[in-house]
Design a protein around this ligand. Structure first.
Ligand code: UDP
Ligand code: MG
Length: 316
């Protein structure tokens, strides 16, 4: 029998877990020609999440868990999930039931037809603000315009990955991760499935706009160096203007012999160009920061325990 790993990153999800388990066990009853592994990654939750998962494991052997030593963020929880998943394929799902488990049979169907990466695309997104929907749409647009690799629109992390995709993703061990672009980057046979995104079942969203902006910047900088080229694009018209202005001033002062009233223009120019410079330094800093983080070459996460077994971090 083929094994399917369902990877669920969970951070302070005590309220959602009982509902989640109920929906998942219904699903596993219904899809009984596969073996299931439900792998929770407890991402340093400060509430009762870990204990609830442990209790679930006592009842149900299919529940597995990795407990992180602290909160590492969802992206890192996802790669840990891939590292620990034992299935022939892996499915990513949020703990808050925004991704309906009822869609999983359809994902499996396409996997059996030979697709390697079956991703769920949102038709609608209930329970999210207009502003969040709008910013996310703009983000996809920008990301797509900056790169040659096709990015799937309106797609979260809810997807099924064949073992070879799982292994491919495990080879990408950069520390500032953007899974969305990695899924596109590895390629392979992709298939889209449409669904309606539900509102969160319980608890609060862990996202705030700072986190989203961070993710957006990571997404762009991890994927393309084209922002570095902004400096080139800005500097070309800048130097052209400068050249024309220079000629104008030379002619005015030396041939027409008029004095130059330049202080206002000077102030404006100083403000303008220092603004541009600050922006460009910021962009360079972006990449420098990434180089700094990658050269440290640290492990992506530390595990406290896996299925009750304490991790010793022994060096093999
Ligand atoms: N999550 C996590 N670590 C974090 C933040 C979130 O593992 O630091 C998990 C969270 O438990 C949930 C999923 O990531 O299962 C998506 O989070 P959330 O629902 O808060 O995000 P949203 O759906 O609002 O984008
Ligand atoms: Mg959610």
């Amino acid at each position: 029998m083929k094994k399917i790993s369902i990877i669920i990153p969970a951070y302070n999800e005590e309220e959602a877990l009982p509902y989640l388990y109920e929906r998942l066990s219904k699903l596993m009853e219904q899809v009984n020609n596969y073996e299931f592994e439900i792998l929770f990654i407890n991402d340093g939750s400060k509430d009762n999440t870990l204990n609830i998962i442990k209790d679930l494991r006592k009842k149900d052997e299919r529940i597995c868990y990795v407990n992180f030593s602290r909160n590492f963020g969802k992206e890192i929880a996802m790669i840990a999930g891939l590292d620990y998943a034992k299935g022939d394929c892996a499915i990513f799902m949020d703990a808050d039931l925004q991704d309906p488990p009822e869609l999983i049979p359809e994902l499996i169907k396409y996997w059996e037809e030979g697709y390697d990466d079956v991703y769920a695309r949102r038709k609608t997104r209930a329970g999210e603000t207009f502003f969040k929907k709008f910013t996310s749409k703009m983000y996809y647009k920008v990301l797509q315009n900056l790169t040659r690799i096709e990015i799937q629109k309106d797609t979260g992390d809810f997807r099924l990955l064949d073992r070879r995709c799982v292994n491919a993703l495990r080879k990408l061990r950069e520390s500032q991760r953007c899974s969305k672009s990695m899924f596109s980057w590895i390629g392979y046979n992709k298939k889209e499935v449409l669904y309606d995104r539900d509102p969160r079942i319980a608890g609060k969203t862990k996202w705030n706009y700072k986190k989203l902006v961070d993710l957006a910047i990571d997404g762009i900088t991890s994927f393309t160096t084209s922002p570095l080229r902004i400096s080139t694009y800005i500097s070309i018209p800048t130097f052209l203007t400068l050249f024309v202005y220079f000629i104008y001033v030379i002619i005015k002062s030396n041939i027409i012999n008029e004095p130059i009233q330049a202080f206002q223009a000077t102030i404006l120019l100083i403000l303008f160009f220092s603004g541009i410079q600050i922006m460009l330094i910021g962009i360079i800093g972006e990449y420098l920061g990434r180089i700094f983080n990658e050269t440290k070459n640290r492990p992506l996460y530390f595990v406290d325990e896996y299925n009750g077994e304490k991790e010793t971090n022994e060096i093999k």
